[in-house]
Ligand binder design. Sequence first.
Ligand code: ADP
Ligand code: MG
Length: 289
Amino acid sequence: STPAAVASALAGGARRGLLIKGGAALETLGRVRTVAFDKTGTLTEGRPRVVDVVALDGTVDETLSKAAAVERGSSHPLGLAILEEAQSRALTVPNAFGGTAVPGKGVTARLKSGFVTVGSPRQAVEKGLLSPEVASRVSELEVTGNTVVIVSEGARLLGFVALRDTLRPDAAVGLERLRELGLRTVMLTGDNARAAAAVAAELGVEHSAELLPAAKLEAISGYRKDGPIAMVGDGVNDAPALAAASVGVAMSSGTDVALETADAALLRDRVGGVAELVVLSRATLSNIW
Ligand code: ADP
Ligand code: MG
């Protein structure tokens, strides 16, 4: 390949907010067959807002303030949203100690009153915390695209919090553009199956939900059998998948880990930038060969 063609493509990309870390990444982008996207923070803004807090035992304020206490040390977008909501309601957030996060599942910390967990409904079901009645209330919220997290203290089910994220304005168009280029698009998410299906339907994209980090990796290796795959993500939990893909693309607002692991980054977080990367790469390859 001619170094001049590659250098000029890298510079041209940079002018349009497409940062590519070198010629190898540039060339791989043009050969990609599948593009996999993380959902939260990649196809959505990644700034969920609390839309409802429901108490099942105790008060709404207790559910929210204890959830906020556990999330204080968390950098997860759901945690930040819960903390913000507690602050905007001027609640006193108790102290929490020894917080631990389990990627894809939730967080636990010790409060004066006991161990409090904020996590996925799936995890709560596994622990036998959700009655069929509560599980169906949770499902109803999820069907319309909400993410619900369960707040529990030991074996006591305090309540749940429903949150909602916004799609990035160019997500649907950005995915469509990739399909016009002949690529398969897929959304991979750790979020619940119902919320994921609602978002996927709005975007017209195939998807896999409730994936733990290891399952995201398996999905990537599966698609890789059909040819090179690009993975687009933003979070710490996306880093292994970005590394496992033939080429990793990070949202520039993403975490440092994602940006360091990725081979390319999209300034201004435009989903449409992925298709532009492919076009740029194909143009360079055709000049080279
Ligand atoms: P995504 O793939 O959409 O970025 P994650 O893998 O980060 O999602 O999280 C998957 C699920 O795990 C969340 O929808 C939530 O139910 C639960 N979860 C993860 N981290 C937290 C947290 N800090 N607080 C509450 N729930 C969490
Ligand atoms: Mg994410």
